[in-house]
Ligand binder design. Structure first.
Ligand SMILES: [Zn+2]
Length: 138
C-alpha cells in the first residue's frame, strides 16, 4: 500500500493555486510580448504597453526582468526594452505574469487596480478596489 494521500493533496493544492494565478492574470488580458533579436540583443518592443497597463515604474519592471533573466537591460527613448543576449519570448510572458501576480494584483479581491506605497523599508501594494494593503514580493 502506497502512502500517497499527502502527496496527492499537495499536488491538488498546487494545481489549485496555479489555476487561481491564471485567473487573476486573465483579468488584465496581457499583450503578447513583441520581441526581436538584433545581433546579440533581444528587443522587447511593446514593453511600455505592459508597464502602462500595470501602472508601474518601467525602470522597476526592467530591473526585475534583468535580474530574473540574469542579464543587463536598458530602455531606449521609445520605451523599448533591450536585453543583452537572446531571450525567449515565453520567458518574458512568464516573468511579466509573475510580476503582475506578485506586485500588481490585489491578493484579497483580485483587482488589478492597485498602486504601491513606500512604507519605511517595505513597499506596500495598495488596492484601490477594496483598500487592502499588503507588502509586495518585489
Ligand atoms: Zn483588493
Amino acid at each position: 500500500m502506497e502512502p500517497q494521500g499527502y502527496r496527492e493533496l499537495l499536488d491538488r493544492v498546487k494545481d489549485h493555486l496555479q489555476a487561481e494565478g491564471m485567473k487573476k492574470v486573465s483579468r488584465l488580458t496581457l499583450p503578447i510580448p513583441d520581441t526581436k533579436f538584433i545581433g546579440n540583443r533581444t528587443y522587447l518592443y511593446n514593453f511600455k504597453q505592459f508597464t502602462d497597463m500595470m501602472r508601474r515604474d518601467p525602470n522597476r519592471v526592467l530591473m526585475y526582468l534583468a535580474r530574473e533573466l540574469a542579464t543587463a537591460a536598458s530602455m531606449d527613448q521609445e520605451g523599448r526594452a533591450i536585453f543583452i543576449g537572446r531571450k525567449n519570448k515565453d520567458s518574458f510572458r512568464v516573468l511579466l505574469e509573475r510580476y503582475i501576480n506578485d506586485n500588481v494584483i490585489c491578493s484579497v479581491c483580485g483587482s488589478p487596480d492597485t498602486h504601491t506605497e513606500r512604507l519605511k523599508k517595505v513597499t506596500m501594494l495598495v488596492c484601490e478596489a477594496c483598500g487592502a494593503k499588503n507588502p509586495t514580493k518585489e
